[in-house]
Design a protein around this ligand. Structure first.
Ligand SMILES: [Zn+2]
Ligand SMILES: [Zn+2]
Length: 337
């Protein structure tokens, strides 16, 4: 089969490798679509916990085409999505119920073969039926699951005002979940007018165009002079995290939701955090949110129409990465193997 194979960070080729064979308890599926996300750029750059050699791709949807021994409840031809994230079950964090914080976390597409290939294998316990969703919706199951975990981390109080900075696919999904949940108002801020249009269509109460130079933040101040109860930084840019802190209302919460470079830092005033009782929290991936994500996609509570902006063949993986990295019109970029 054809697959993207990295030998080391930044070093990959699209090449033919043997078709994988499902072992006991595993399912093989023919990948219909696999989403490319910011994490894949970090995997490419070698700034994420990836293990090489590697076939990345952690947002797959596909059709079951081979079933390993002992697997029940799945059939050939069924559309499924797979979560690739698993804790070891034995480290201190796993044993105290924090499996997502496993010290040797495994993730298909990061520490094991993922979906930028014609076929992928996942343990059946990580596979979920998606036969009632279009592949274009189902490919957003993983980003939606991450957004659900983000909402769990926030546990928004009824009537909260929320600001989501960054209007990438996962930011817009999180904004929708907040809007349909406890938030009274949701503001989305981002540099791209096109993405803000989508944000408004998805139910954002206010959209604000901001720039890397700091423009537009005055407008956020006008909307919420005392700040927002919830501020989500969904950009992965530390300079934005820095500004975001100043827009958290007294007693409010800043959620760090984007992936920055591990060496990035921001400054904050301990006195400010102390006096204003600010909570700074993080949301990393997801581990058990697929069922909730699929439910939200099925009901339409999370709308996805218009999120996919680019579809590339697997041979054009390099172009997919550069589009995601630098094309301002790129939103969700997907590979169709
Ligand atoms: Zn992702
Ligand atoms: Zn563990």
């Amino acid at each position: 089969m054809k697959a993207v194979v990295y030998s080391a960070p930044t070093e990959f080729e699209v090449t033919d490798i043997p078709d994988p064979v499902p072992g006991p308890g595993e399912i093989r599926f023919r990948v219909e679509l696999a989403g490319v996300c910011g994490t894949d750029l970090h995997v490419h750059d070698g700034t994420f916990f990836a293990e090489f050699p590697l076939t990345p791709g952690h947002e797959p949807v596909g059709i079951v085409d081979a079933i390993g021994e002992g697997v029940e409840g799945f059939e050939i031809g069924q559309r499924i999505v797979a979560t690739g994230v698993g804790g070891c079950g034995e480290c201190e964090n796993c044993r105290r119920g924090k499996r997502l914080l496993c010290t040797s976390l495994t993730a298909l597409g990061v520490t094991g073969p993922g979906g930028f290939a014609e076929y992928m294998i996942a343990p059946a316990r990580w596979c979920f039926d998606a036969s009632d969703l279009d592949p274009e919706q189902a490919v957003l199951a993983e980003p939606t699951a991450c957004a659900i975990h983000g909402v769990e981390r926030l546990a928004p109080r009824p009537g909260s005002s929320a600001l989501v900075i960054g209007a990438g696919p996962t930011g817009l999904i999180l904004a929708q979940l907040l809007a349909h949940g406890n938030a009274a108002t949701v503001t989305v801020a981002a540099p791209s007018a096109h993405k803000l249009e989508l944000a408004a269509r998805f139910g954002a109460d206010e959209v604000v165009r901001i720039g890397r130079d700091g423009s537009g933040y005055d407008e956020l101040r006008r909307i919420a002079p005392n700040g927002f109860d919830i501020v989500v930084d969904a950009t992965g840019a530390a300079s934005v995290t820095q500004r975001a802190l100043g827009h958290v209302r007294d007693g409010g919460t800043l959620l760090v939701y984007g992936v920055t470079d591990p060496s990035d830092t921001v400054e904050f005033s301990p006195f400010d955090v102390y006096r204003r009782e600010i909570t700074i929290t993080g949301s990393f991936a997801q581990i058990d949110s697929f069922p909730a994500a699929l439910a939200a996609l099925r009901s339409g509570r999370v709308a996805t129409e218009g999120l996919i902006s680019h579809v590339f063949a697997i041979e054009d993986f390099e172009q997919a990465l550069s589009t995601l990295r630098s094309d301002p019109t790129a939103h969700k970029v997907v590979i169709r193997p």
